[in-house]
Design a protein around this ligand. Sequence first.
Ligand code: S6P
Length: 609
Amino acid sequence: AWLCQQRADCRRQDPRVTFASDQLSLAREHRLVRDGGTRQDLGEKSNPLTRDIDQASAIGIVRMLQACDGQMFEEDTAVKYQRLLSKQVVQTLVEVAKRVELILKDPQDGLVVLSGCGTSGRIAFLVASRFSRRLKDVNQSSVYSYIIAGGDRALLSSQEAPEDDAKLGRLMLKEACEGKKRVVFIGVSCGLSAPFVAGQLDFCLRHPEVFTPVLVGFNPAHQARDEPIEGCTFTFRSVVQRMLELAQSQRAFIISPAVGPEAISGSSRMKGGSATKILLEVILSTAQAAAFSRAPLTETLRCGGRVCYLGWGTLAVLGLIDASECNPTFGAGEAQVGTSKNALHSTEMCLFLCVCLEDYEDIRGFIAGGYVELDNSEGPLTSLGPDFSISHEEFFRSVLPSLTDRDTVLLLYTHSDDLGEVAALARRVRERTSNLHAIYHRGGGDNAATDRQEVIDNLCSSALKISWPSPQTRISVHMQWELSTKLLLNAISTGGHVLKGKVYRNHMVDVQVTNSKLYRRAARLLQKLSGHPKSRCEEALLKAIYQSEQLTSAIPLSDVRAHTAAANHRSRVVPLALILLLTNCSLKEAESRLEQQPIIREVVVVCLS
Ligand code: S6P
């Protein structure tokens, strides 16, 4: 009923949004995926709810994202896939929580490892560090550890290549578990596709005396990726098949409910990331409750500006995570915005305001306390470059002096943070830009406005205050603050890039092609948009990657690893390839077309027409 209401609202607000047969077409798409024989990741599908997102207004974008997020919690669809709330999913969560509980009760020689690539690894980090801190608070030994493909630098920047490296995954897991006798390993790969995670699961399956492997993802098991993995005899799908056999005797676990296609196809940082966060938190909080509280286990971007998230605690970590995602998802580039003093709430406001997104400068996150507060295993990473400077002091030093009205600053905090510090920071930012906004959580019955809060409100152009009822536990209110903040930040950065013209229909046209998943996605997208056969699309993609009008025989079609390494140094390869395919022009002409019209969507629309 809620979803129907959302759709009705959307239609009323923006007649271009049509939802008449959403469920039917969603079901049809799912059925195609199931019956089609060839694998297609559900998250990579085009979501009928957002098919027209590229033409929607800011409010339209927010509503579509809201409807899309709502799909995560749908109980029944016409298609018989497991959902987040399906009985079987909940039962498996309980079983996994019991394994974690055993380690918590007898922590010596035991470990719980959360691992993944990109967003999946960042969420693993967020959850592992928060629950470790919680154990420390109650004087218990820490049992949680995280692994992210590419190491800690991948927490703050995109590192796609290690995602393809199964051997690296295995080595990092081996190192993390040195000397441990019982390990619950939770590997996250939303698309059931990352070789890095497959390598780790394979390692666990080879050492059943130590490891209990758990796979978290959002694809049906039979849709796991079946592509050969370099240097390995297994594929992701064959690993899943081995796990399915062991799952019958509860020696391995697979949790992979469908959450509906992503709002921007393939952008698994959105629903995939949110659902990962929910699942990992359910497992760890249930286990902790059982172990220590004796609770029984039951079931705009168009005129040259930047966006800065300035936050405190884990809300700031979510800002860092959101900022780190945008490069691979949308590619780098420039755009403009208009400013507006509309009395919209912060998300919509920020969508109106945003940025000229240029590399890491586009959207950046900063955290009070810097690396000490981030508490990552490799410690300060500032030596890796300017995009690894994350403290508020760094913001004052390197960003504030050049801040202008075109830039947008968003404060992320809760009533338990130091409001005096927030107000002081707001004052300094306000001297440079009027585009200051806030997302602020109040909770636990303490909802009275304070003088300091009033000062902050007056300094901000818009403030979204979210009041929460008295929490059941301190940890549950933190999870609610975090999830709602994640949804808002995802809406701001995704909506911003949509308004900037980085998206055609609901596809990221300027996706970077820096690992095998992204390479395959790019090739599929070119096929879909151009209608040309696969071989011709790959040929155009390679011409764009290697900047070559004529492909030599030294560039074989099949060596994806070499192609992704070469693409690392190139920008806009997919738009270039698309122009080649649609207009049959030379590479040089395609490049000059892109130079004249840097808004990717406009180029695509013109070429298609
Ligand atoms: C997607 C995000 C990527 C993914 C990463 C892992 O929006 O930018 O970094 O998180 O590719 O994907 P998966 O399917 O293994 O969780």
